[in-house]
Design a protein. Structure first.
Length: 148
């Protein structure tokens, strides 16, 4: 369940970001502050975008930046951040992005399990829209509880 990965400390809403790099930095910093990753992981997520393009913008309005675990993952973690104003994430037909979910996995199995949870959630456009419109972390958690 997504609520196992996300809590009030790992959710931020209506954050200002001028571009996709700043959005990843801010969403990644949540994981650094949580102790899930080292700052090198945030840098690796940005490099991943620079090298591979906007493939992590999976559905309209939603980016799921991530990098390899050896880039500085301490423990499984996930952050969720909504943007005050959507920004374009590289070249993607799913731009602009309003919801950024950073994923940090310790191994491939954990990575796949977390992506399955996210894929199921992202398939529910109504819930995704509710999360994008949420005013604070508590509201996001309530939406996720209804989903789980």
């Amino acid at each position: 369940m997504l609520s196992e990965y996300l809590n009030e400390k790992t959710i931020q809403t209506n954050i200002r970001a001028d571009d996709w790099r700043q959005a990843i930095r801010k969403a990644g910093q949540i994981l650094v502050d949580d102790g899930s990753v080292q700052s090198t992981y945030v840098d690796a997520m940005i490099r991943n975008g620079e090298e591979n393009g906007g493939y992590f913008v999976l559905v309209p309005g939603v980016a799921i930046p991530h990098a390899k675990s050896e880039s500085g993952v301490n423990k499984v973690g996930m952050s969720l951040m909504t943007l005050e104003n959507p920004v374009n994430f590289l070249e993607s037909p799913n731009n602009p992005v309003k919801l950024v979910i950073c994923l940090a996995a310790v191994d491939n199995s954990t990575h796949i399990d977390a992506l399955k949870l996210l894929a199921a959630f992202l398939g529910d456009e109504c819930r995704v829209a509710e999360v994008m419109a949420a005013k604070d972390g508590k509201e996001v958690i309530e939406i996720l509880k209804q989903y789980n």
